[in-house]
Design a protein around this ligand. Structure first.
Ligand SMILES: Nc1ncnc2c1ncn2[C@@H]1O[C@H](COP(=O)(O)OP(=O)(O)OP(=O)(O)O)[C@@H](O)[C@H]1O
Ligand SMILES: [Mg+2]
Length: 280
């Protein structure tokens, strides 16, 4: 169980996250939605301690992770692997080496230690790549892969950390629909088969609805919706995205990953869904 207890984060006068309290049981697949600037990334980054709360605390399995230091902090950061929109691979290194770096996560001397990987670790890396269906790219330089392939390498690298949780910050925002589906399918498969908690920021409602058992909507740093996809009514969508925007109809059909053969649904609420490539 991950417990976020009344967490606030300020940047100067900006309150990026404002008194958020959440309990996330192990093994849940959670989607966080909200407009640009709602505080989604800040919340994820506090969980993995890339940044620290200004107030409040975060617990995992009874341990206060928001006060860990040194080696116990590094262990926590290995326990919650991060996936980013821009993949964060080392483009000049081959895919296999990028995946192996998951074993050395957060060690500054990683690149000097490349030849210490054991045969077992290499086998583990290959099987992670096989699982994501990209083993054939193992010896290619990571920078030569397509975006979808790179994100799969990033997931394989995350698996090498043997994490208890995967925190994904808009993992499909830079991908085309087919690759977006492959990446979301992979995250769901890991969640279901390994029981690894997945918490992912998503900029498309339909992806959150289709993949996540729980959706958390943020607005202005606060949680304004927390429930199952079925509970995310048009009114709830308005609360999350605001009814004050420019009047453009949200069309979930324009978003990229409608799957399960469902007909694209349209929602007439008005919103400011950010374009997929806004941050690219
Ligand atoms: N390092 C920082 N320094 C100053 N302000 C920051 C910093 N990080 C975030 N903020 C501010 O905090 C607020 C929340 O930002 P955050 O990145 O968490 O939003 P988000 O929901 O992830 O948005 P997006 O959908 O655009 O990624 C914004 O007003 C942002 O400008
Ligand atoms: Mg963000």
């Amino acid at each position: 169980m991950l417990e976020i207890r009344n967490v606030t984060r300020r940047f100067g006068k900006t309150v990026a996250v404002n008194g958020v309290a959440l309990e996330i049981p192990q093994g849940q697949m959670v989607g966080i939605i909200g407009r640009s600037g709602a505080g989604k990334s800040t919340l994820l980054r506090m969980i993995n301690r890339l940044i620290d709360p200004s107030h409040g605390s975060i617990f995992f399995a009874g341990t206060e992770v928001s006060s860990l230091r040194g080696s116990t902090l590094r262990r926590w950061q290995r326990d919650c692997a991060m996936i980013f929109q821009q993949f964060n691979l080392v483009p000049r290194l081959d895919v296999l080496t990028n995946v192996l770096l998951g074993r050395l996560n957060h060690r500054p001397t990683a690149l000097n230690l490349l030849n210490i990987f054991s045969r077992e670790e290499r086998a583990m890396a290959i099987s992670a790549l096989e699982r994501l269906d990209i083993a054939q790219t193992a010896l290619q330089r990571a920078g030569t892969l397509s975006g979808g392939q790179q994100q799969r390498v990033a997931i394989a690298r995350a698996l090498m950390q043997q994490p208890r949780m995967i925190l994904a910050d808009e993992p499909i925002a830079s991908l085309d629909p087919l690759n977006a589906k492959v990446v979301m399918d992979a995250l769901r498969d890991i969640n279901l088969r390994e029981g690894i908690t997945v918490i992912t920021n998503l900029h498309t409602l339909d992806t959150a609805r289709n993949y996540c058992e729980r959706i958390i909507g943020m607005a202005g740093g606060k949680v304004v919706f927390d429930g199952a996809p079925e509970e995310l009514t048009r009114e709830a969508v308005r609360m999350v995205y605001g009814a004050d925007s420019d009047g453009a109809e949200i069309s979930e059909a324009i978003t990229s990953t409608s799957i399960r053969g469902e007909k694209p649904r349209k929602i007439a609420a008005r919103t400011a869904l950010k374009p997929a490539l806004a941050e690219a």
